[in-house]
Design a protein around this ligand. Structure first.
Ligand SMILES: Nc1nc2c(ncn2[C@@H]2O[C@H](COP(=O)(O)OP(=O)(O)OP(=O)(O)O)[C@@H](O)[C@H]2O)c(=O)[nH]1
Ligand SMILES: [Zn+2]
Length: 357
């Protein structure tokens, strides 16, 4: 009905409507609202970036308990000056292009959206200290595929161990990766860096390639404690430590002021979303079909599968398909990788929950 002009006649065919002013529910809501991006959440207050201003906002009552998470585009009304002490109101959450959920656990029985509108899931994994575990990465991959995010494996501490052996686990999966390693510092350099930044310094090799992968995109960083995630974030975003209160000045150890995600703008454009305390994803709802779609070489082989095939059962047609060469030379390895991912849905990494702080 776009462009239609209402006439007196239209009004008259609706008997009983005395007031010519449309009822509130018929009026377009909040025409004057402006849209910003949620960059942080803390105790019922949202931090929203709008035209370079950081605005503190509350959720309008009409939204009730609608989740509003980091990465969400939200419509704001009220005082959007961003001046100290002001509070805007979030009146609408714009449609999301992606959602990343964390799993239900002992402290919270619901799967919850943790980040919206991200493009990429960066799995920060140390090659040693702590030892890398494929289980968690597999679960992250499934979460990424399910949420429609591109996965990126960010391997750290390559100064301690050569990445080749670990990467062999992912060769058949074709997961893109970057490798960083800390440079040795002389005592003088260390002194100087501690004096200038107030935290344990790490100069990283390999950072440029990671920067390129992150440029202009919205990337969620996940990883176990100690893998070097804050080291990466601090290297990528110069004033991250100040923004997040992430790193303890004295010890250099992580000390998180909150367990919710926070979005940090990259100097060259794009965002990294740090997720302290989030190490597990809700995968119970993930349909095997969604995962198989990420294996375009295997997907055609599923046409002969029984209805509702889990693709990890004796009747699955993929075995024959692969045996007959349908997926090429790497078919068998690819099928094994696919099944490893499918199984990772049911087996939470044993440390995932314990490590939540
Ligand atoms: N050898 C080596 N050590 C590194 C590297 N990157 C980080 N580290 C060290 O690993 C330790 C953990 O790094 P963090 O950046 O605090 O790790 P995190 O993942 O943020 O851990 P939490 O703060 O506990 O969540 C620190 O002592 C870092 O200096 C690296 O490339 N090589
Ligand atoms: Zn099957």
């Amino acid at each position: 009905m776009a462009g239609r002009n209402w006439s007196e006649a239209d009004v008259r065919v609706r008997p009983g409507r005395r007031n010519s002013r449309p009822r509130t529910k018929d009026r377009p809501k909040h025409e004057d609202a402006v849209v910003g991006m949620v960059i942080g959440v803390d105790r019922g207050r949202w931090s929203v970036l709008l035209d370079g201003r950081r605005i503190t906002a509350m959720r309008a009552r009409e939204l009730s308990r609608t989740p509003v998470v980091v990465g969400d585009r939200v419509a704001l009304v009220g005082d959007t000056s961003g001046d100290a002490g002001t509070l805007a109101r979030i009146v609408r959450v714009e449609e999301r292009t992606s959602v990343l959920r964390r799993t239900a656990d002992d402290t919270d029985p619901y799967e919850r959206v943790i980040v919206a509108n991200a493009d990429q899931l960066v799995m920060v994994t140390a090659l040693a200290n702590p030892e890398p575990r494929t289980g968690l990465i597999d679960r992250c991959l499934v979460a990424a595929y399910d949420a429609g995010l591109d996965p990126l494996l960010a391997l750290t501490k390559a100064d301690l161990v050569d990445p080749a052996a670990f990467l062999a686990n992912y060769a058949a999966l074709d997961v893109p990766y970057t490798v960083t390693s800390a440079q040795e510092l002389s005592d003088d350099q260390r002194e100087e860096l501690i004096a200038s930044s107030g935290r344990m310094p790490r100069r990283l090799d390999g950072l440029d390639e990671l920067r390129e992968r992150l440029a202009g995109r919205v990337s969620v960083l996940v990883g176990h404690s100690g893998v070097g995630k804050s080291t990466l974030v601090n290297a990528l975003v110069p004033d991250a430590a100040r923004t997040t209160g992430h790193v303890n000045d004295v010890t250099g150890r992580g000390r998180h002021t909150s367990t919710s995600a926070v979005a940090l703008e990259l100097p060259g454009g794009g965002w990294v979303i740090d997720t302290p305390g989030i190490r597990s994803f809700g995968l119970a709802h993930v349909d095997p079909t969604t995962i198989v779609e990420h294996f375009p070489d295997l997907a055609p082989g599923t046409v002969n599968c029984p209805r509702g095939c889990t693709h990890d059962e004796p009747d699955c047609a993929l075995d024959t398909f692969v045996a007959e060469g349908g997926a090429g030379e790497s078919g068998q390895q690819r099928l094994e990788s696919l099944r490893r991912l499918l199984r990772s849905r049911d087996v939470p990494d044993k440390d995932e929950h314990m490590e939540r702080r």
